[in-house]
Design a protein around this ligand. Structure first.
Ligand SMILES: CSCC[C@H](NC=O)C(=O)O
Ligand SMILES: [Zn+2]
Ligand SMILES: [Zn+2]
Length: 418
């Protein structure tokens, strides 16, 4: 059911080819997809550049020159990498890009986010075929390492002189599938923190009951953290806020016990124990209040606890403002974007905060208006899940949507300063 590898005559075949590169962590293949995308772009007459801020972690930059270089440019971003997949849990191998008779294309990355990478280029192909000339210059970036935090990818890219020279006025980055008929758009991400709490305590015989053991101290903290988690989750369950509008805190590892050749020593209470948590803060959260809560309630020194917070990226922009793109009249791009979706015959859902985190935070940090958008309606949300797929019809419809978006945004000339 899949076309042969060499047949690159259709957008679907080109999508499948891109999906077949194994770009999963911890060893993503970046070289092969970058060379594939480079030749694809060159065949469309686009300029390509490969930037390498960290060895073997390329950023591919593709440019379609606009007719008015005095206007700021547009950037369409996507990431090259994928999260891993467990092949045994999939109905089709995760890097086979199998196309089923119902039109489902199964692959790790089908939704996250290799679809938009090819859709950007296919939209440009179609616009060029109709002799469309953009007024603003259009850049497309393909960055490494988004799935592991973007430190060697988008973060370095946006801080580079090369990026500065692009004079980017507006960015579109990945979004998430919509189970309904409306497209979703994201004006902010939650910011991720890694929290590691460590308990120390009195060691002793496994048979003894005493106070202030490391395990007891850790478990007290876990209970307190879990109560906070419940308080946030209750707000969501009561329908008063979306998942992405509350603080999430989820345990991701536990480390304790005294190892032995057969597992763990069973009759000793350890003197140290630790736990790790994934925290996500909505953009308006006051980080100082969360830090105070961690210091005073979650890992207080009085219970022999210490902690480490690893902030994975910025919380505020260069002016100290929350990392949110305006969705009112102060942002002229917002109405241009809305009109483009309408012109494409699409409906747009109320703009949302993304529950997880993308590279968009690095662009927002520079104060550049940035939306998260992946044109997938009527599609189950399968990013990072088994059997990730995208339907061919949805993929092709997305190309049309980007044609309208690129047309509208690149022709937008009002407010020359933006
Ligand atoms: C710690 S930043 C990692 C970014 C990652 N992005 C997609 O899943 C995420 O966990 O949301
Ligand atoms: Zn992604
Ligand atoms: Zn992802």
């Amino acid at each position: 059911t899949s076309p042969p590898q060499q047949d690159l005559e259709t957008p679907i075949a080109r999508f499948q080819k891109y999906l077949r590169f194994n770009t999963a962590h911890p060893n993503p293949n970046y070289t092969a997809p970058v060379s594939f995308l480079t030749s694809l772009a060159q065949s469309l007459g686009l300029k390509t550049r490969t930037l390498e801020f960290v060895p073997n972690k390329p950023t591919l930059l593709i440019t379609w020159q606009g007719s008015n270089p005095s206007l700021s440019s547009l950037l369409f971003n996507s990431h090259l990498d994928s999260v891993p997949a467990e092949p045994s849990k999939w109905t089709h191998p995760p890097f086979s890009a199998t196309l089923t008779p119902e039109g489902k294309i199964f692959a790790r990355g089908a939704q996250d986010d290799k679809c938009i990478a090819i859709q950007y280029l296919e939209a440009i192909r179609n616009l060029k075929a109709r002799n469309f000339v953009p007024t603003r210059t259009i850049h497309i970036s393909f960055v490494p390492d988004e799935e592991i935090g973007g430190i060697d990818g988008a973060d370095k890219f946006v801080k580079s002189n090369e990026f500065k020279d692009l004079d980017v006025g507006f960015v579109l980055d990945e979004g998430q599938a919509s189970v309904k008929d409306e497209f979703r758009v994201f004006y902010a991400d939650r910011s991720p923190w890694n929290l590691i709490i460590k308990a120390r305590g009195v060691p002793g015989h496994g048979s003894r009951m005493y106070d202030n053991g490391a395990m007891e101290n850790l478990m007290n903290s876990i209970e307190i953290i879990n109560r906070f988690r419940d308080s946030q989750f209750d707000v969501v369950k009561a329908g008063k806020a979306a998942n992405s509008e509350v603080i999430s805190v989820n345990p991701v590892f536990l480390k304790a016990g005294i190892p032995s050749p057969t597992g763990f020593v069973m009759n000793m209470q350890p003197s140290e124990a630790e736990a790790g948590f994934d925290l996500r803060l909505p953009p308006t959260t006051d980080p100082e209040l969360v830090k105070k809560r961690i210091a005073e309630e979650w890992a207080p020194a009085v219970r022999n606890m210490t902690y480490e917070i690893i902030e994975k990226g910025p919380l505020r922009d260069y002016m100290g403002r929350p990392l949110m793109t305006a969705i009112d009249d102060s942002n002229p791009w917002w109405s241009v974007f809305k009109q483009a979706i309408a012109a494409a015959g699409g409906k747009l859902a109320k703009p949302e905060i993304l529950s997880s985190t993308t590279d968009a935070r690095f662009m927002r940090q520079l104060g550049i208006p940035t939306f998260g958008f992946s044109p997938m309606t009527n599609t189950p949300i399968l990013l990072h899940d088994h059997n990730e797929f995208l339907k061919d019809t949805i993929f092709l419809r997305g190309i049309e949507v980007y044609e309208h978006i690129i047309r509208a945004l690149s022709s937008f000339e009002e407010a020359g300063s933006v």
